[in-house]
Write a protein that binds this ligand. Sequence first.
Ligand code: MG
Ligand code: MG
Ligand code: MG
Length: 309
Amino acid sequence: MTTYVCGHSNPDTDSVAAAIGYATLAKAMGEDAVAVMQSSADKLNPESQVVLEKFGLAAPEEITDAAGKQIALVDHSDIAQAPANIGDAEVVAIVDHHKVGDITTNNPILVNCQPVGCTCTVLNEMYKLNNVEIPKDVAGAMLAAILSDTVNFKSPTCTDKDKAAVAELKVIAGVEDTDALFMDMLKAKSAVDGVAPMDLLFRDYKDFDMNGKKMGVGQLELATLDQVAAIRDDLLGAMKETQADGRHTVLLMLTDVVKEGTDLVVVSEDPALIEGAFNGKLDGTSFWIDGMMSRKKQTVPALQKACGC
Ligand code: MG
Ligand code: MG
Ligand code: MG
């Protein structure tokens, strides 16, 4: 039976690269596996498109429904981020670097979740443990995913393991200058010209259930906040529309990768709850949080605490 290897919805580069990386490893070990993603190739985020093109990899096939399938999850273990009807699928593996989600299984499965900066760092170790050589193109995508998820090592989620994995993968991939690779990716991911505000909000976006409150958190990593100065009202409009669609709160992290902080834009039924969560005061519709780079390690835990999770 084929195992479909799938990252989270609104896939980022890690979700795509880890799906390819895990499927390639499973195939090398004699299993029938295929990388898939919850997006069509042309809707893939611009950073991932650049990465796949740079390393000559095809985009994984799109999956819309998990029912009846055998699935390996990478880069998530939350039902809300998994393909539709995941409850009617057989989940056979989870490889991840997030908090453990709410997926449950009837049978024992392979789980490898580690507190590192990127799923591909975990995968790099799995290749070594299984004595499988990583193909050059796959190593390139895995390398790019680690640079992306750790924001070129600047994110508080970055660990020594991630740095060591990059040092190994760059050799296999034949990449000399990882800073240059990161800048090419940042250019692609922070390009906003001609992109619909709703697409920008959902470019890197996740929904969470926090004590019965549906909370959405998007993030745009930017070289400078000036990049979005002219479209703030449009982004706010997209956020309001998204919140009206059954959410308690929608946040958009406008993260300045150079200044290493985030202007947090807030649309919420209870703005005071968000101010309290981050110890800030709204200045209009947003507030600046120095040092905030990571949704996973900084934004989500603070929100969960505020929601009494
Ligand atoms: Mg991810
Ligand atoms: Mg990741
Ligand atoms: Mg990310």
